[in-house]
Design a protein. Structure first.
Length: 201
């Protein structure tokens, strides 16, 4: 029987990302499930000041409520010209949680007079694993810049505005494999692989 690992998310793209990274690493014996596949439980709001604290709080909640090993992430966009904001407020930057279009429009408005050479940004992801009394937190960063207008249909959040360093396409124009290889969450999840491999033993 594979060991079930809960990902504290209902985002199918996040579940798929972890499944692909586990398969790519040759780690078998783990069954990745999402919040829709376990009984509902009260989820704490993301009120901490850092990505790491938010991810760990979500992983602790999921593990405590279900008894399963739990992986959770908190991620967002850090824009140089905005002193690192939106940061942990990325999903609700416009005032409504998860309204990608409003968040992107607001960000473009705030950067409208910022010249191209000062539009640096990075996606940041913290991933936490809580299992068997152990807690592991990893961090991944993906440097790039903010484009002047959105491009691409893939991805979510700020992906249509984010152009990774060394590239000309937005992260919403990349294939899932290209994004996994470079993205902040991909990097943080890969840093968790040794701890996940230990669960599969």
């Amino acid at each position: 029987m594979p060991r079930r690992v809960l990902v504290a998310s209902r985002n199918a793209k996040k579940l798929g990302e972890l499944r692909r990274i586990l398969a790519e690493a040759g780690i078998e014996g783990l069954e990745v499930v999402g919040l829709d596949e376990v009984p509902p439980f009260p989820e704490a709001p993301e009120t901490a000041a850092t990505f790491e604290e938010n991810a760990l709080a979500k992983a602790r909640d999921g593990a405590a409520a279900t008894g399963l090993a739990c992986v959770a992430d908190d991620s967002g966009l850090s824009v140089d010209a905005l002193n690192g904001m939106p940061g942990v407020l990325s999903a609700r930057w416009s005032g409504r949680h998860g309204d990608d279009t409003a968040n992107n429009d607001l960000l473009l408005g705030q950067l409208s007079d910022v010249p191209d050479e000062r539009r640096g940004a990075r996606f940041v992801s913290a991933c936490a694993l809580v299992a068997d009394g152990r807690e592991v937190v990893t961090l991944g960063e993906w440097p790039g810049r903010i484009a002047r207008k959105p491009a691409g249909e893939a991805g979510f959040g700020y992906d249509p505005l984010f152009v990774p360093d060394g590239g000309t396409q937005s992260s919403a124009e990349l294939t899932p494999a290209e994004k996994d290889a470079a993205s902040h969450r991909g990097r943080a999840l890969r840093a968790l692989l040794p701890a996940l491999a230990a669960l599969a033993q």
